[in-house]
Ligand binder design. Structure first.
Ligand code: SF4
Length: 416
């Protein structure tokens, strides 16, 4: 029996397509010429591959660009990682690329190419690839102010207040190049013009838009930034659904976003449980607070309507983090209780894989990460069925979710 058949027996409630995607997320693929060649034309990964000693001795440099996303035969996206121990490999077969598992063909796959719009130039001569936009499948992500103030804010002991799983929001050269200044909410007019111009160029390639940025200590100012972006896109005639992903905003600011034309909001709670939230997201706890975050999510459902409020959760951090659970079953029970509360309040939770989770010992507990991720998804999917709640496809869908299984399970249910 092959590995995938064996997994299908172990997880009968996870559809075969979702199982393959999850397995690839955890196992990755072996680096080879096909992956190396794709690194030259595909959307690049933020984490280049670091070849093994043997591979370097055979002529590879210390760091090799690799694609960010693999596209499976059913259109599913998977974040790519290269692992010399993986049982998977992608090989070139004439005009196509074949995914192999233990040397046997699984299906034809490809990698997401660099978007066409990213080859363009703005009216003021800036490369459209460098104005704060990226594309994941059919989702355009606009992040014109990536630097997060939680990296620069400190607690009494001098520790940074950024979320423990996040490296993305660290203020760096990207932040400076985009003209972002820490402490200022609004985006500079010239940066906003570039964002709008590039979005218009990207419209033929995308189906929905997600606005994100680094957090501000003052969430009212943060609300102004999202309002400014939403108004500018609407004024330019953008008709695709726009989801705003700031810190949990107060009711008044959520209302302003809706009136400006935002279709949905995503106020990402990240973890369930007050103590864990405070440990994993100290900035969110300090400047909004766990109870206030939940209360604003409930307010947002009243303002935006059911099906238009999402919260991203980091699946696995409740067992990976030192402040998390020592028992896997307790962690699952807690995460499930969180999903029950969220769904019963009309909020859609979506579970992104904690990317560090791979057959390792995390602090105080050895985490069976793959099994945990699948069992969590099974439990949440059962709850969704009970609540007759679908994953809102205008916010996150099978054609853009590369670290989550939620739309894969949900889509299967809708057609089944
Ligand atoms: S608020 Fe967002 S950008 Fe800031 S540290 Fe947390 S996850 Fe990263």
């Amino acid at each position: 029996m092959g590995r995938l058949d064996h997994l299908a027996e172990q997880y009968p409630d996870i559809p075969a397509r979702a199982l393959l995607k999850a397995h690839l997320l955890f196992e990755g693929v072996r680096f080879n010429d096909t992956v190396g060649e794709a690194g030259g034309w595909a959307l690049p990964s933020f984490q280049p591959y670091s070849p093994t000693e043997e591979e370097r001795a055979a002529g590879l440099p210390a760091s090799v660009p690799i694609p960010y996303l693999m596209v499976l035969a059913g259109g599913e996206l998977v974040r790519l990682k290269c692992d010399p121990e993986s049982p998977y490999e992608v090989v070139t077969d004439g005009e196509t690329r074949q995914l192999l598992l233990d040397g046997e063909p699984v299906e034809a796959v490809t990698f997401q190419p660099r978007p066409r719009w990213s080859e363009g130039t703005t009216a003021d001569g800036r490369s459209m690839a460098n104005v704060g936009l990226s594309q994941h499948g059919d989702m355009l992500v606009i992040n014109a102010a990536p630097g997060c103030e939680f990296f620069t804010e400190r607690d009494a002991a001098g520790r940074s207040l950024h979320c423990s799983f996040c490296a993305y929001g660290r203020p760096d050269r990207r932040t400076r190049d985009l003209g972002q200044r820490i402490g200022r909410g609004r985006i500079l007019p010239e940066s906003l013009d570039r964002v709008v111009e590039t979005t218009l160029a990207a419209l033929p390639e995308v189906r929905h838009i997600y606005l994100v940025a680094g957090s501000l200590a003052d969430s009212r100012q943060e609300g102004q930034r999202y309002l400014q972006l939403t108004e500018a896109l609407e004024a330019a005639g953008v008709e695709l659904p726009i989801t705003a992903g700031p810190s949990a905003l107060c009711r008044e600011d959520t209302k302003a976003l809706k009136e400006a034309g935002a279709a949905a909001v995503s106020y990402n709670l990240e973890v369930w449980g007050r103590d864990l939230f405070a440990a994993v997201c100290p900035g969110k706890e300090r400047f909004i607070g766990y109870e206030m975050w939940r209360s604003r999510l409930v307010d947002a459902v009243e303002v935006m309507g059911r099906g238009n409020v999402l919260t991203a959760m980091v699946a696995g951090i409740e067992v990976d983090h030192p402040a998390g659970f020592t028992s896997v079953d307790e962690a699952l029970d807690s995460a499930e209780a969180g999903a029950e509360w969220l769904l019963s309040h009309g909020i859609a939770p979506v579970y992104s894989l904690h990317w560090s989770t791979r057959h390792a010992t995390y602090g105080h507990v050895s985490s069976p990460a793959f099994d945990y991720f699948l069992r969590l998804n099974e439990r949440v999917d059962r709850l969704r069925r009970r609540h007759h709640a679908a994953v809102p496809g205008h916010i996150v869908c099978r054609a853009c979710a590369y670290m989550q299984l939620d739309p894969d399970l949900c889509a299967t249910r809708e057609v089944g």
